[in-house]
Design a protein around this ligand. Structure first.
Ligand code: G3I
Ligand code: 9MR
Length: 583
């Protein structure tokens, strides 16, 4: 009787847990808590810089020590104590940490813990991140619309041109007196957003911002980096040439008649998994929105500031400035036009109904560009708080630009207030890192669609805190997040295609799926684990950090996009160059 009651109680508990959207461990079905863990030592599969923190996650083991061996001659080079066992909620795993940060001699090593398989080979090298960095940047080239990818730049992944986008229809939702329904405009170039071939302004804008910040904060590094794109020999840093490919497209998304910006350029439905040249359905520009106008204004203002340093781009810098100002004016006159997906359009929505953060971001960038105080006043009035950025939340970006560029023009009071708010965001992320059994600042609520983007944007936020405060305490939280994406995670995948011992092969990326090449296009960050499972594929687990599937089917965990790659580019550039900063 007692046993029967227990069974009934258990069934009720499971049913209650299943009907609840909250994915905290307490609410997960008991069965998923008992999943066998993959008994493998997990670590960053790409490598470590000699002076950075180096950690591995060791699965539940009664051992108290670990040993590091040389991959060359199998001699033991280091022994250390494992940390106390502790549970990481997002994976329901009890683990300890092996910290071998004190080993800094370049080379290849592996970890041993009695009773477990040896780890993969670990590389320690000053140049450990260069290949991954270059590939993550080159991924944008592979996603270029309106151009053939030649073999000399794209190697095995060369392909014919797709999407000329020179005859794009004005959709009913975008029709105006000057640009009526059925009229065509030319809107070529730009990057495909993701695994799909559409082009969306808000996601483009945040990607452009993050890549421009990578250049702006590491100009010497980028002066030297050639990644093998058609413009590589033109004496402009490749990263700026690559970004310009997308700016050229973004500029065509503004209606010159009123300054408004179309939310997206898209087919009515997603294409099948075919090569770009075979995805030939009619494309449309769809509805102007406040979010698109402000995101456009902000990114064009930053672009104007940065490209103005290059004589070759002088004309463009002026155009970007005018475009930014007219988009801002349109948004002032149309302050709350949310994007409403028309009935006949089924592609990505990037819908946003909260615009204060976009207003604040655009105001901050226009203040920096024009020095007109009215923009600063507007930024202050909006009083938005910085948060980990994503395509729908850009509040932190304005803070980052102001703190990096306006120290001398802001009053002390303003600067100190912005600085304190920013550092309190970074400190909250640092605290998550310190309290995590996996030594990674990721909590259950971070496992949303694109969780790897969340991890990398957290690292981006922390790096700004380090730049501004010159305090090294943020650095190991940054490397923790990078390690997580590159392999120190419960799935054991390095999520960057082409980099690592176990890396995604079947990303939701139409070109990679259709090109008949076994390996996907390299340098793309897969979206990552999240328990939403909106694609209804057959996942191995429901646990937030384990709900990942390397299968084309899984667009909710295995798609790639421009906005998840951008913070990886930034973070790897930053970690690499920090090695050479004078102390
Ligand atoms: O806003 C709610 C929030 O209130 C709630 O707490 C949370 C719980 O999960 O969900 C939030 O909504 C999520 C929304 O993103 C905002 O973050 C949705 O669940 C989630 O399904 C949605 O995912 C977006 C996805 O498109 C589906 O619309 C991703 O952020 C976005 O990156 C992704 O973008 C797609 C494009 O549409 C098309 N191109 C590919 C690209 C990447 O997959
Ligand atoms: O392939 C699409 C992917 O690029 C999008 O990010 C995703 C979410 O909007 O949608 C995918 O398309 C799927 C569609 O939404 C539902 N039917 C299956 C499609 C994938 O094969």
């Amino acid at each position: 009787m007692k046993q029967q009651l227990l069974v009934i109680w258990g069934a009720i508990a499971i049913l209650t847990a299943c009907s609840n959207d909250d994915t905290s461990i307490a609410n997960l079905p008991l069965s998923s808590l008992n999943e066998p863990s993959i008994e493998k030592i997990k670590l960053n599969q790409v490598g470590f810089l000699p002076n950075d923190t180096k950690m591995a996650v060791v699965p539940n083991s009664q051992e108290s020590t670990f040993h590091l061996f040389s991959g060359n001659d199998n001699t033991q080079v280091f022994s250390g104590q494992l940390s106390a066992l502790s549970t990481w909620q997002p994976a329901g795993e009890t683990v300890s940490i092996a910290d071998f940060s004190s080993v800094s001699t370049p080379g290849q090593y592996y970890l041993k813990v009695n009773g477990l398989d040896d780890s993969n080979l670990v590389t320690i090298n000053n140049e450990a991140y260069l290949g991954a960095h270059d590939a993550a940047l080159k991924a944008y080239y592979f996603n270029r619309a309106s151009t053939e990818l030649l073999i000399e730049h794209a190697g095995a992944w060369s392909r014919p041109m797709g999407h000329a986008d020179d005859k794009v229809l004005i959709h009913a939702s975008a029709a105006s007196y000057e640009r009526p329904l059925g009229m065509t405009i030319s809107s070529p170039k730009g990057w495909y957003d993701a695994g799909d071939y559409n082009k969306y302004i808000v996601n483009s804008g945040i990607s452009v911002y993050t890549l421009l910040a990578a250049y702006e904060h590491h100009p010497l590094f980028y002066r030297e980096r050639a990644i093998g794109i058609p413009e590589s020999s033109n004496f402009i840093p490749d990263i700026l040439d690559e970004i310009k490919w997308n700016l050229d497209w973004m500029m065509t998304m503004q209606d010159p008649n009123d300054g408004g910006v179309y939310h997206k350029l898209t087919t009515l439905n997603f294409s099948g998994p075919v090569m770009p040249s075979e995805a030939t359905a009619q494309r449309f520009v769809v509805q102007k929105s406040t979010a698109a106008a402000l995101n456009f204004a902000a990114s064009m203002a930053v672009a104007s500031r940065i490209y103005d340093d290059f004589e070759q781009f002088a004309g463009h810098a002026n155009d970007y400035r005018r475009a930014a100002e007219s988009a801002w004016q349109w948004a002032q006159a149309n302050p709350s036009i949310a994007y409403m997906q028309p009935n006949d359009v089924l592609t990505g929505e990037y819908g946003d109904t909260e615009f204060d953060d976009e207003f604040a971001w655009a105001a901050a960038e226009l203040y920096l560009l024009t020095t007109d105080d009215k923009y600063l006043q507007q930024f202050k009035q909006l009083n938005v708080m910085p948060m980990v950025p994503d395509w729908s939340n850009s509040a932190a970006l304005g803070y980052i630009s102001l703190l990096n560029n306006a120290k001398t023009t802001l009053s002390n009071e303003d600067y100190n207030q912005f600085y304190a708010r920013y550092l309190s965001l970074a400190d909250s992320i640092l605290k998550q890192h310190q309290e995590s059994a996996y030594a990674v600042a990721m909590e259950n609520s971070d496992f949303v669609w694109g969780s790897n983007g969340v991890a990398l944007n957290k690292a981006f936020i922390l790096l700004q805190a380090q730049r501004l405060s010159k305090n090294d305490k943020y650095k190991s939280a940054v490397t923790g997040l990078v390690d997580y994406v590159l392999g120190r995670n419960p799935t054991g995948y390095s999520y960057l295609t082409g980099f690592g011992a176990k890396t995604p092969l079947d990303i939701h990326h139409r070109q990679s799926h259709a090109d008949n090449i076994k390996d996907p296009v390299p340098g793309f960050v897969a979206g990552g684990a999240q328990p939403g499972q909106q694609d209804k594929c057959n996942y191995p687990s429901q646990l937030p950090a384990k709900s990942y599937l390397d299968d084309w089917c899984s667009y909710a965990s295995n798609e790639v996009t421009i906005n998840w790659n951008a913070p990886l580019v930034y973070v790897l550039a930053s970690l690499h160059t920090m090695q050479y900063d004078s102390k």
